[in-house]
Design a binder for this molecule. Structure first.
Ligand SMILES: NC(=O)c1ccc[n+]([C@@H]2O[C@H](COP(=O)([O-])OP(=O)(O)OC[C@H]3O[C@@H](n4cnc5c(N)ncnc54)[C@H](OP(=O)(O)O)[C@@H]3O)[C@@H](O)[C@H]2O)c1
Length: 252
C-alpha cells in the first residue's frame, strides 16, 4: 500500500513506526525536519516529500496536522476519487474533512496514542470505513463507534493519559524526596502501575473496577489516600464535562 502522512510530528512518527516493515511505501511531509529525517534514515520504505506529492502518490492519506493548519493546507492538495483519508485531528469534523479533501469520500477519524508503534493501542474510529482496521487492526484494538459525538467523547477521555502520568510523576517526586533516589523512585512507580495492567483483559468485563475494589480495606493506605483525594475525581469529571461544548457533546 502507498501511504502518505501530512504532518510529521508527535503522533505521525509512532504511526509510521507502526506501519514500517509491513510492505508499505510511506511518504512523509517535509516538515518537522528532524523527525522526518530520522524516520527516513531509520526505515528504507520511508521517503520525505512535499505535501502535494504525499497526496498524489498515496492510496491512503493520514492527516496528522493541527486543526488550524488543516483548512489552510488540505484544499490545495491533489486529492482524487478512490483515495482513502484517515484523520487523527481533534476539532476537525467529518463534514469539514469531506469539504477539505473533496472528492475523497472514504474518510474516517481515529485517535491513535503515542504508543501505537508498540501495538495494543485502542483506536476508536468513526465512521468506520475499514481503512483503520486494514492498516492498524492486526496489532491494535480497533473500536468502531456509532456517532461523531461518541468519537469526540473518546478524544476527551484520552486526555486521562496525561492526568495519570502527572499523578505518577508527583508520586515519584514525593518518593524521591524521602529516599533521595529519583531514578529508583520513578522505576518503582512505573513498575507498580504497569504491574496492575499486565495481562489485563481488555474486554470491558469490569477488571478495572475489580482491581479498585480489592484496594478498599477501610483504614488501609489505599482507601485513606483515595478518600483524601475524592475532590480530584470530581474535578476530573468537571474537566471532562468542560470539553462538551468544544467537542459537540450533549449537555450532562
Ligand atoms: N500527539 C498525540 O498524542 C495525538 C493523539 C491523537 C491525535 N492527535 C492529533 O494529531 C494532530 C497532530 O498532533 P501532534 O501532537 O502530532 O502535533 P505536532 O507534533 O505539532 O505535529 C503537527 C505536524 O504538522 C506539521 N505541519 C505544520 N504545518 C504544515 C504544513 N503546512 N504542511 C505539512 N505539515 C505541516 C508540523 O510540522 P512543523 O513541525 O515543521 O511545523 C508537524 O509535523 C492534532 O490534530 C492532534 O489532535 C495527536
Amino acid at each position: 500500500m502507498n501511504i502518505g502522512f501530512l504532518g510529521t510530528g508527535g503522533i505521525a512518527a509512532p504511526m509510521v513506526e507502526a506501519l514500517a516493515g509491513k510492505g508499505h511505501d510511506i511518504l512523509v511531509s517535509e516538515r518537522s525536519a528532524e523527525v522526518s529525517a530520522r524516520l527516513a534514515a531509520q526505515f528504507a520504505e520511508v521517503e520525505i516529500a512535499p505535501n502535494d506529492r504525499v497526496v498524489a502518490d498515496s492510496e491512503v492519506i493520514i492527516a496528522c496536522l493541527m486543526a488550524d493548519v488543516a483548512p489552510k493546507v488540505l484544499p490545495d492538495l491533489p486529492f482524487r476519487e478512490g483515495q482513502k483519508l484517515i484523520s487523527v485531528m481533534v476539532d476537525v469534523s467529518v463534514e469539514a474533512l469531506h469539504d477539505l479533501a473533496a472528492p475523497v469520500t472514504d474518510i474516517s477519524v481515529t485517535i491513535p496514542m503515542p504508543f501505537i508503534g508498540k501495538g495494543g493501542c485502542p483506536l476508536p474510529v468513526y465512521p468506520d470505513t475499514g481503512s483503520v482496521q486494514a492498516l492498524f487492526g492486526a496489532e491494535n484494538i480497533v473500536l468502531p463507534v456509532t456517532s461523531e459525538a461518541a468519537l469526540n467523547a473518546h478524544f476527551a477521555a484520552s486526555a486521562l493519559s496525561s492526568v495519570v502520568l502527572a499523578e505518577m510523576v508527583t508520586t515519584a517526586d514525593w518518593l524521591a524526596g524521602v529516599t533521595g533516589g529519583a531514578a529508583k523512585a520513578e522505576a518503582y512507580v512505573a513498575a507498580l502501575i504497569a504491574g496492575y495492567f499486565k495481562g489485563m483483559a481488555l474486554d470491558g468485563s469490569g477488571e478495572v473496577k475489580g482491581l479498585l475494589d480489592a484496594l478498599s480495606t477501610e483504614g488501609g493506605l489505599n482507601a485513606t489516600l483515595r478518600d483524601r483525594m475524592a475532590g480530584a475525581r470530581n474535578e476530573l469529571t468537571e474537566g471532562l464535562d468542560a470539553f462538551r461544548p468544544r467537542l459537540g457533546l450533549p449537555d450532562a
